[in-house]
Ligand binder design. Sequence first.
Ligand SMILES: Nc1ncnc2c1ncn2[C@@H]1O[C@H](COP(=O)(O)OP(=O)(O)OP(=O)(O)O)[C@@H](O)[C@H]1O
Ligand SMILES: [Mg+2]
Length: 251
Amino acid sequence: MEKDPVILSAKGLTKKFGGLTAVNNISFELKRGEILGLIGPNGSGKTTLVNLLAGNLRSAGGEIYFNGISIKGLPPYRIGRIGVARTFQIVKPFPGMTVLENIAVGAMNGRSGKKRTIKKAFSIAEEVLEFTGLSNDSGSLAENLSVASRKKLEMAKTLAMDPEVIFFDEVMAGLNHKEIDRSTEIIQKIRERGISVLMIEHVMRAIRSITDRIFVLHHGNKIAEGTPEQVLNDSEVIKAYLGKRYEQLIK
Ligand SMILES: Nc1ncnc2c1ncn2[C@@H]1O[C@H](COP(=O)(O)OP(=O)(O)OP(=O)(O)O)[C@@H](O)[C@H]1O
Ligand SMILES: [Mg+2]
């Protein structure tokens, strides 16, 4: 039987914090092998939406399907085991462990974690270390890393979990142009491995160059969805979000 072209779908997700509706009745689909961009102003609900998808927060209503299975209400570790991994906008390494050890912890969790011995986890970690360009930092303590390496470590930990879907939450924030290009390449290579990606990013150069589609949140509502070309030229998106970024975008 042919696989469903949609790997993950969300229907009617909502999250309120007191009187504030951070995510308002959001539905979207992530296609198999796609890089889907999620953009929007600060505070528009992007991270909250990822928290709902990854089980870190619970949606009031709605549904989330991964490979046709309902995952809404499952705790994060179970969602990880099924094959969904996420990075954290505020990076969360084990500070007193080395980079290699941090990645090995990722390899002990996620889809294949239960089957792996510690030795196997470390050999996976070595591979991921090289893939993400972190080899030189292998023995460094996570707490001593540069911003760029910390962001890469977040990506590396998720990759080691052997996921089918990854949510990247601003893995390029604080990076310089060269580092952004490197991270862009890594995300492209991740997709080539067959992993489907939902990518939150404010770096428009990266968003425009690698996403297949984009959707936009504003005050918790979806205000646009389509190809990068359509969305980044949408007058409502320019008004609500791009504003000054637009200059940078058309360069
Ligand atoms: N745990 C929480 N308790 C109360 N309010 C929250 C909580 N988490 C987020 N919010 C609020 O919900 C709204 C959406 O926040 P969220 O972090 O999802 O935005 P974002 O789009 O990721 O922003 P940014 O681009 O700055 O990362 C904001 O108004 C934020 O202050
Ligand atoms: Mg955020």
